[in-house]
Design a protein around this ligand. Structure first.
Ligand code: UN1
Length: 502
């Protein structure tokens, strides 16, 4: 195991796993392919036992006052502040993120904890004017039950935290199945939770559990009637399978799936701002965010200029070991991701695309990792490859001449997560934000597609799955609403003026 990882684990007090049982999972660093740790995979009986314990914990946790639950989340946020650097080190080594982005991911966890603490005193229900005299009509929000969280490798800790912090203040225990590629970061988070619990006697320990395993563990959670909500982040394929299983038992699912995000660059765009925002969105996290920019829809009058500026920047991007300061592009997660990138570029070429860059980087990078030169591909709007999201730094450049056509190209894909327009024309900006504009869940003006704040609701439409998590009123999905009608009179008037006289 790597020294930096060992030190970070020791500083956080993470016990090194000692896997028993037949099936184990080896976590490997995308930096050099080296093994980080080996974990036992949960079998069906262990998953069921974890669900049972979560269900028991729910009975106790749901009656703890929400502000007291918030106090626990506040302390967990403090613990994250103390270990921000350590956890970020694990994220860098296990997911391949550059230090700045790994720190940003942990900051996102801290931010959602702060948000959830405030929320714990604001789980408001409405009081509604009753049509009947002497009646009070109001709604209350109650804890929903244990929640299953299935997360992806690319945000190995933050997306769980969005769910966990909100679920906990809402009164729900959380069972977490992390990506098979990032179990170590999950175990470290669980350790920090347990340390917070040691000083919180009100908290039933089983409100937080990690269950490590492959798709069968996710499916077992999805099928469990005792988990009223499954929140899943990952591929459209995974989301479809989970959603069908959850729907079968009429459970609730919150899905955050593929992005295939687009940006329109209008003639009036600020070009300096364009180059920075496009580059961060397209190559940040090596193009492996759900929010990564994949389709650049550029007005034909500025397309050549913007292409040249981007190519210049792409050519001198520092690519390599993500833990080295100044690196801006780390490795792809694994060899399969490298293959997917190669396949997409070959398909783009076959469909008439002009490919710039996109090759492997082998010099000045650690051996054993998959390091790539980001690709820029000039291609026609109707190329079939544009319909598909590839989790790699490939930026397709499409030319447009008419603004309405640009919006149609933009919306003409199955996914609908993040979108952006760069323009100084207020009419274009507002049209993009209007009901006839972008059909995505995230619609940005003069910033890139990635890097959303936690305060807004996060998620998207169409194949992205329709879920919203993180800020705003996403908390409502983690609670059940009870509508109360209380008659404090000595009469029994019926609603809708119905007479039913005995
Ligand atoms: C994801 O890629 O699943 O908006 C989440 C962003 C981050 C979250 C991305 N705040 O890029």
């Amino acid at each position: 195991m790597n020294n930096q990882v060992e030190t970070a684990l020791a500083r956080m007090g993470v016990p090194l796993p000692s896997p028993g049982g037949a099936k184990t999972l080896v976590s490997r660093s995308p930096i050099d392919g080296g093994a980080l740790a080996e974990f036992a995979m949960a079998d069906a009986a262990q998953v069921d036992a974890a669900v049972d314990r979560a269900a028991d914990a729910f009975r106790r946790w749901r009656v703890v006052p929400a502000p007291v639950r918030g106090e626990f989340v506040r302390r967990f946020g403090e613990q994250l502040r103390t270990h921000k650097q350590d956890l970020a080190t694990l994220v860098s080594h296990e997911a391949g993120k550059i230090t700045q982005e790994a720190l940003g991911e942990v900051q996102e966890m801290i931010d959602i904890c702060d948000f959830a603490v405030g929320l714990s005193r604001q789980l408001y229900g409405k009081t509604i004017a009753s049509e009947r005299p002497g009646h009070r009509l109001a709604e209350q929000w109650h804890p929903l039950g244990p929640i299953g969280v299935i997360s992806a490798f690319n945000f190995p800790v933050a997306v769980w935290a969005w769910n966990a912090a909100i679920a906990w203040v809402c009164g729900d225990p959380v069972l977490w199945k992390p990506s098979e590629k990032t179990p170590l970061a999950a175990v470290a988070c669980q350790t920090l939770v347990e340390q917070t619990m040691a000083e919180s006697p009100d908290v039933p320990p089983a409100i937080s559990r990690v269950v490590i395993g492959a798709a069968d563990v996710g499916q077992r959670l999805a099928a469990s009637r005792r988990l009223p909500l499954i929140s899943a982040t990952g591929s459209v394929r995974m989301g479809r399978a989970v959603a069908q299983t959850v729907a079968q038992r009429l459970g609730r699912s919150l899905l955050e799936l593929g992005g295939n995000n687009g940006m329109i660059v209008a003639p009036s765009a600020d070009m300096k701002l364009a180059v920075r925002s496009i580059t961060f969105s397209a190559v940040g996290t090596c193009g492996q965010r759900c929010t990564s920019l994949r389709r650049l829809i550029v007005h034909e009058t500025i397309a050549d200029d913007l292409r040249d500026r981007l190519l210049q920047v792409f050519q001198r991007l520092p690519i390599g070991d993500p833990t080295v300061e100044d690196t801006l592009v780390g490795p792809l997660i694994d060899a399969l991701a490298g293959q997917a990138m190669d396949d997409a570029l070959a398909a783009a070429k076959a469909q008439g695309g002009v490919v710039h860059g996109g090759g492997r980087v082998t010099r000045g990078v650690p051996s054993g990792g998959v390091y790539v030169q980001p690709a820029l591909v000039e291609i026609a709007a109707d190329a079939p490859i544009l319909q598909q999201e590839t989790f790699a730094p490939i930026l397709y450049l499409i030319r447009y001449d008419d603004f309405q056509q640009a919006i149609e190209i933009h919306n003409g894909v199955p996914q609908g997560l993040a979108s952006a327009i760069l323009t100084s024309d207020v009419r274009e900006a507002e049209r993009f934000c209007s009901p006839a504009g972008s059909d995505c869940g995230i619609v940005n003006v003069n910033i890139g597609t990635s890097g959303a704040e936690i305060g807004g609701a996060f998620g998207g439409e169409k194949d992205t799955g329709g879920g919203r998590e993180s800020g705003s009123d996403a908390w409502k999905l983690y609670m059940r609403r009870a509508t109360n009608t209380v008659n404090y009179s000595d009469q029994l008037p019926l609603a809708q003026g119905v007479h039913f006289d005995l």
